[in-house]
Design a protein around this ligand. Structure first.
Ligand code: HMG
Ligand code: MG
Length: 286
């Protein structure tokens, strides 16, 4: 019988590159997305329509979207922090947008310059526009177990923000261990709490590999019924507003881990290798 499918959502062009201090050429970003489009992903997060003052690396979002070769069957997604970002993303023809909140008040302030409650109000027009224009909207919660400024985050705080995003109409909530400090125990407790409100089929795991525990945390997610995980080819990444955040867990490592456990991902390993080599070549020599 066919093995059970797990979806890996590719993050390198967005979460991967956003943390690079050297501005990567637009053409190189386009080439990275095009290489990733060959690998078999269903969804690729391409860029962010955010303030260029906040994240200069993403200032070329419209040019990247315009330059990529779109492959049928792949959804090309982008982050949109406000209605202005949504309108720009729509004009650029994105297939899917994502709003991003935090379970931690301090991180919300540092990352999007407002409180959690204000962020939800700011997302409301984005949610309305996504329905009006038929553009699916994903939601992220950052700092689901640990915050770089506040330390451990209560599972109830994460569950509350996840629920608010879900009520806004997000088709899926991606739970972010932004700084990769989550232990499998803490991730399990957090997931148990969130699952009290939201089905596993509507949740994704987004693990950074700062402490080398991302795969263990994915295993916890699998045991809890999650079947969507975010990962970054070449292990690129971090968050400019999360000091100490290493890259997202490496797509190749997640793919190998899932295959060993008998899941199918639909990804082509040799093409992934090629994309990973190119992704790593874009990295700062630090
Ligand atoms: P603000 O300064 O409070 O907002 O920023 P503002 O409305 O005062 O705007 C400031 C400037 O940005 C103005 O320009 C606006 O016009 C402009 P100025 O007048 O100074 O020249 N602006 C925009 N420009 C382009 N596109 C826009 C836009 N909006 C305003 N959409 C804001 C608030 C939310 C805009 C800002 O804080 C921001 O852009 N933050 C984004 C931060 C970010 O991208 N962080 C990384 C992504 S989140 C992440 O990595 C976590 C995740 O991976 C999950 C996990 O790991 O946990 C998702
Ligand atoms: Mg992230």
């Amino acid at each position: 019988s066919a093995s059970e499918h797990v979806t890996i959502v590719e993050m390198a062009p967005r979460d991967g590159l956003q943390n690079e201090s050297r501005l990567v050429d637009t053409d190189d970003k386009i080439q990275l997305v095009d290489l990733l489009s060959d690998c078999g992903f269903e969804r690729i997060e391409v860029t962010s329509f955010v303030s260029p003052r906040w994240v200069p690396q993403m200032a070329d979002a419209p040019a990247v979207m315009a330059g990529i070769k779109r492959r049928p069957g792949i959804r090309y997604a982008a982050l949109t922090p406000n209605i202005r970002g949504f309108e720009a993303a729509r004009a650029a023809g994105v297939d899917e947008v994502a709003i991003f909140a935090s379970a931690s008040e301090s991180f919300s302030q540092k990352n999007i310059n407002c409180s959690i409650a204000e962020s939800i109000e700011r997302f409301r027009p984005v949610a309305e526009a996504s329905v009006r224009h038929g553009i699916p909207m994903r939601g992220y919660v950052s700092c689901v177990v640990e915050c770089p400024y506040e330390g451990p985050i209560a599972p109830d705080a994460t569950a509350r923000v996840a629920r608010l995003l879900f009520e806004l109409g997000c088709y899926e909530i991606s739970l972010g261990d932004t700084i990769g400090r989550g232990t499998p125990e803490a991730v399990d407790t957090m997931l148990a709490t969130v699952l009290g409100d939201i089905d596993a089929a509507k949740l994704a795991g987004h693990f950074h590999d700062t402490s080398g525990r991302a795969l263990e945390n994915i295993a916890v997610g699998l045991d809890r019924g999650l079947r969507v995980f975010d990962a970054s080819t070449g292990g690129l990444g971090g968050c400019p507003y999360a000091p100490g955040a290493a890259g997202n867990v490496d797509t190749l490592a997640v793919n190998a881990f899932l295959q060993k456990r008998g899941f199918s991902t639909g990804l082509d390993t040799s093409k992934l290798d090629r994309a990973a080599a190119f992704a790593r070549s874009l990295r700062n020599a630090t």
